[in-house]
Ligand binder design. Structure first.
Ligand code: C2E
Ligand code: CA
Ligand code: CA
Ligand code: CA
Length: 279
């Protein structure tokens, strides 16, 4: 029966319908997730060469009453397709800025920064700059402590638009990282034109840096490139000491990964004096 094209279609149709209705059920739930208070922000440590905490990355978690924790890998793409990323992304910005304002009240946490992921759709929205400055203004957070992580998928829109928005936000003190660097579309020409502060080496290159000579070469190339363009680098997905050693030896100065800490709710973030951020 499988060899027969029509039968194959009949066999797969119910599965496809099931997938479509599962998706629209998820979409319906996602639409209500904010009103139902189901979204949470987790924070993952970013450390310097001495393994001192300098900041965190905010990572979204959806705690669904029936499904349990739904991974952002599962709902962010859906949120982008449906436009729900706009209210959700705004919520993330407001939460992160409120956290920065709370941290500014205490000596131990005052210097910490928060990196917030911004989806291409969110960035492209005509009100994006005002949404960011609005969240900063309402919370009283220092713009210098906020970093926005953008990805290479952005580069599909006009460079002039991107540069204009980056410049407006940089003018108030907000920093920008290019996330998942090396996995997307960016060309060196783009990289030179964008007023970025930082590149994040994608974890797929860090994972096999000790065993795969190609990944090691890519990592070294990114570090050399960043150095010559005067960009900071954060290596993501650092899980073992050997990876850290390798990255350090090749000039990397900031790290993120399970070796230093998993994403956790803010109460579980360990901010010991030894991990105190730089001023
Ligand atoms: P990302 O921005 O590349 O975030 C890093 C991901 O790597 C996180 O997955 C983090 O938990 C995971 N990770 C960190 N350290 C390690 C490690 O040592 N080993 C391994 N194997 N993984 C590590 P997570 O939290 O599941 O997030 C997945 C993606 O969802 C993020 O990738 C980001 O693209 C997106 N995302 C998360 N929060 C937001 C958000 O607020 N807004 C938007 N637009 N996207 C978000
Ligand atoms: Ca990120
Ligand atoms: Ca990343
Ligand atoms: Ca690999």
């Amino acid at each position: 029966a499988k060899a027969d094209g029509r039968n194959t279609i009949c066999l797969f149709l119910p599965e496809m319908q099931a997938a479509v209705s599962a998706r629209s059920a998820l979409e319906g739930d996602l639409r209500q997730s904010l009103q139902h208070d189901e979204m949470l922000l987790y924070y993952q440590p970013v450390v310097n060469e001495d393994a001192h905490l300098t900041g965190v990355e905010a990572l979204l978690r959806w705690h669904h009453p029936q499904r349990g924790m739904v991974s952002p890998a599962e709902f962010i793409p859906l949120a982008e397709q449906t436009g729900l990323i706009l209210p959700i992304g705004q919520w993330v910005l407001e939460m992160a800025c409120a956290q920065l304002a709370a941290w500014a009240q205490q000596a131990d946490t005052r210097g910490l920064s928060i990196a917030v992921n911004v989806s291409a759709r969110q960035f492209r929205h005509p009100d994006f700059v005002r949404q960011v400055t609005g969240a900063l203004g309402r919370s009283g957070a220092s713009p210098q402590r906020l970093k926005l992580e953008i990805t290479e998928t952005l580069l599909l829109s006009s460079v002039e638009d991107i540069v204009a928005k980056l410049a407006q936000l940089k003018a108030v003190g907000v920093g920008f990282s290019l996330d998942d660097f090396g996995t997307g579309y960016s060309s060196l020409a783009y990289l030179k034109r964008l007023p970025l502060d930082q590149l994040k080496i994608d974890q797929s290159f860090v994972r096999d840096v000790l065993t795969d000579p190609n990944d090691a070469a890519i990592v070294r190339t990114i570090l050399a490139l960043a150095e010559s363009l005067d960009l900071q680098v954060v290596a993501e997905g650092v899980e073992v000491a050997g990876q850290l050693d390798y990255l350090r030896r090749h000039g990397c100065k900031a790290f993120q990964g399970y070796l230093f800490g998993r994403p956790v709710p803010v109460e579980e973030l360990v901010i010991t004096p030894a991990m105190r951020g730089v001023r």
